[in-house]
Design a protein around this ligand. Structure first.
Ligand code: NDP
Length: 280
């Protein structure tokens, strides 16, 4: 590995805020982006007290901080903290990237959707245009990707959630090609081309309670969670004849690349970093 000590540092301090935070790969990813572009970067992971987001963010930006990534459970706090919001942050009601502006104000963005679209459309070459897409879950992750997903012009987007009212309320914010559903009432009369798991069921070792008849050999299945082995959801899909599948590692690296560009105005080689992390 190249010695980063001799590389010029990128201006300012950067960090990811979360609770818990020990598991975060963000410092490794941002260090790798900087290194491959010939720089070093000061990027830390910071454990923030559950009620302490605003104070921690203020202290960070008042003492040399220029950019923050935000992970669970603070994406909504970051949304309220930002002085300005991008359209995709407004649409998702959640912020995963804060950037100090020249006038001292803080811009809030949400790069999760762009990260997932980079992975699905650019890295994997999956097509969404004109397709029937099913997304499971109506939490922050799903809200974060809907704006970008709809830019790819699916024919139909069905949001299904354990708490049905949340899926319906979310779908109602969009056009007539976006529908909300319970898990039980997912329309199975026509097959879905793309199925995305945006639930956190896997974190608790369980699966969303959908019919396995939704899986078929031609569909593409994406799990926003990631692990060294196929996730429990992907193993279930594979058992049901699915051959095109992906976990959410590429989404993680794609959203980080987008944040990196917002802060530094530099585009990292996302695919090269993705390939490196996949083989780790
Ligand atoms: P939230 O807590 O905001 O939402 C959780 C969602 O999962 C809700 O829709 C909830 O349903 C549903 N859910 C939870 N448990 C179950 C279960 N046992 N069965 C069915 N549905 C369930 O979490 P996020 O949206 O922030 O995160 C969701 C997942 O996405 C996580 O696994 C997270 O790690 C991943 N993620 C990955 C990213 C990446 O870069 N790869 C980025 C962001 C998130 P209900 O409304 O009924 O409670």
């Amino acid at each position: 590995m190249t010695d980063t000590l001799n590389m010029p540092p990128l201006k300012g301090q950067y960090a990811v805020f979360g609770n818990p935070i020990a598991q975060s790969k963000s410092p490794l990813i941002h260090n790798e982006f900087a290194r491959t572009l010939g720089y070093s970067i000061d990027y830390k992971k910071i454990l923030v007290e559950l009620e302490g987001f605003e104070g921690a963010a203020k202290a960070f930006f008042n003492t040399g901080g220029r950019g923050l990534n935000i992970t669970a459970p603070f994406k909504e706090d970051a949304y309220h903290y930002a002085d300005q919001l991008t359209p995709r942050a407004k649409s998702s009601l959640a912020v995963n990237t804060l950037c100090l502006q020249d006038d001292g104000s803080v811009l809030g963005d949400n790069t999760d959707g762009a990260g997932m679209m980079w992975d699905i459309a650019t890295s994997k070459g999956w097509s969404v245009k004109g397709k029937r897409v099913l997304i499971l879950g109506a939490g922050g992750a799903t809200r974060g990707v809907l704006y970008s997903l709809l830019q790819l012009e699916p024919a139909l987007l069905c949001i299904a959630n354990r708490s049905t009212d949340k899926a319906i309320a979310l779908a109602d914010k969009y056009g007539s090609n976006v529908i909300g559903s319970s898990f039980d009432d997912i329309d199975t009369t026509q097959k879905f081309d793309v199925i995305i798991n945006g639930t956190s069921a896997g974190l608790h070792g369980s699966l969303p309670n959908i019919s396995e008849s939704l899986f078929h050999a031609e569909c593409h299945v994406y799990d926003m969670s990631y692990a060294n082995e196929p996730t429990k959801f992907l193993q279930w899909a594979i058992k049901n004849k699915v051959v095109n599948y992906s976990d959410g590692l590429g989404m993680l690296i794609g959203q980080a690349a987008e944040s990196f560009t917002i802060w530094h105005g530099l585009k990292p080689n996302t695919q090269a970093v993705m390939d490196k992390f996949r083989t780790k």
